[in-house]
Design a protein around this ligand. Sequence first.
Ligand code: NAD
Length: 493
Amino acid sequence: MTPENLPSTIRHWIGGELVDAADGRTFDVCDPVSNTAYAQAARGAAADVDRAVAAARAAFAGWAGLSNRARANVLYHIADVVEARHGRLALFESYDSGLPITQAKGQARRAAENFRYFADVIVALGEEAFRQGEEQFSYVVRQPVGIAGLITPWNTPFMLESWKLAPALASGCTLILKPAEWTPLSASLWPEILAEAGVPAGVVNIVHGIGKEAGQALVDHPDVPLISFTGSTDTGRHIVRSSAQHLKTTSMELGGKSPVVVFADADLEAALDSVVFSVFSLNGERCTAGSRVLVERSVYEEFTRRLAERAANVRVGLPSDPVTEVGALVHPEHYARVLNYVEIGKKEARLVAGGERPAHLSEGNYLQPTVFADVDRDARIFQEEIFGPVVAVAPFDEEAEAVELANATQYGLAAYIWTSDLKRGHRIAHTVESGMVWINSHNVRDLRTPFGGVKASGVGREGGVHSIDFYTESKIVHVALTEVHTPRFGATS
Ligand code: NAD
């Protein structure tokens, strides 16, 4: 179903104006159900990034100079306007990315919450002071880093854009956002949202385009001192290398292959619900998906059989259909990549559910929810991020083996532990190599907490004050309160 008012062109937003690419080039924007182009988006390059940086520079003093309260008020306003657009946003997001409409509907609320939360944080934030007896007093001044470069992926694009926009704006940065080229549609709503909310022209600039062109130009720009990136590990590595040229501050939220460890003493019904939801919601295109399920051997066969049954019952269908639980994968290139992993998996492990295009969907990027059992730790489907509705299951005999298997990949984003023995739950939480752990739960976020990964899953933390730390520089001011004794080098009297 095609949403009403679908734009046929998606333009940059620079200095408060919608503009074409400087060289007039565009790229095709397709939907993942028909895989045909429905719009043309401006194809940004260095000249567009230059123009956006100039606009962001011109707006910087005004925005950074507002009080925290004044910026927070604008952020609250943005949240209200985002929520007022929730219907259109959900339709756009679902149409462009293939997310089931029921899951796209939650995105506006989550995006609005990001703005409200960071408005609250910036107003509540104090700055540190240090006193050395009666002699010296030192205090910290937090200043916005400057012009922020925000680069985002195509999974839940609008929500992830808000996750970066909100703290950057709260901190007083002006910015350039480069949305993912496979899903620019929902980002086309930002100009009207931000303008209506009263964000001054040039504070937020959006340059669309291909990663290697527009994204790279942003990373290479000498006047953009900070890059916040969410995307794949390979791209992240490349961006860190490029950023070294200008010694930029970077935050890297990268890929994952997160383990779910299920012990026999767990509430197995709840664990099963959680495993199914964690890996098949958002089409499995979720960085924190529990895509490796490690199950204690005494319940392994039973758990795997029930997981396969549930997977077979998950409703795959049109993203616009409210009963759909898994929609269409975002792009034919990504779909081919996921299918390739399924073929690899068929050679490496025992396929117990899915593994094919659903019979009732002859077109579009659809895949049956797929479960592989008896997956060896060296298997590629155990080691590599697939980023689709595919899960690898393996047995373990003892706690130590469970931890070893959980840690046996290059990634370290999230981990999920299911046990009724809380001592064991905490023990494993402390030894598992990941940035985030949930015990007896799927991924339920608290915006105050640090978000990020270890190993190949990322560098740095966002969320809560960690985000404010990232988007601001702390300057220390030391003040002498008494006469300071200074050795008098070179003095003759
Ligand atoms: P990607 O790395 O291909 O692209 C991400 C963004 O980077 C896009 O906007 C792209 O245009 C841009 N880009 C590509 N090459 C670039 C370059 N040379 N210079 C600058 N920018 C460039 O990732 P993707 O396929 O869009 O997203 C999926 C990946 O994102 C998965 O690996 C997933 O795990 C990860 N992800 C991580 C988190 C997290 O918080 N850790 C959240 C969501 C997604």
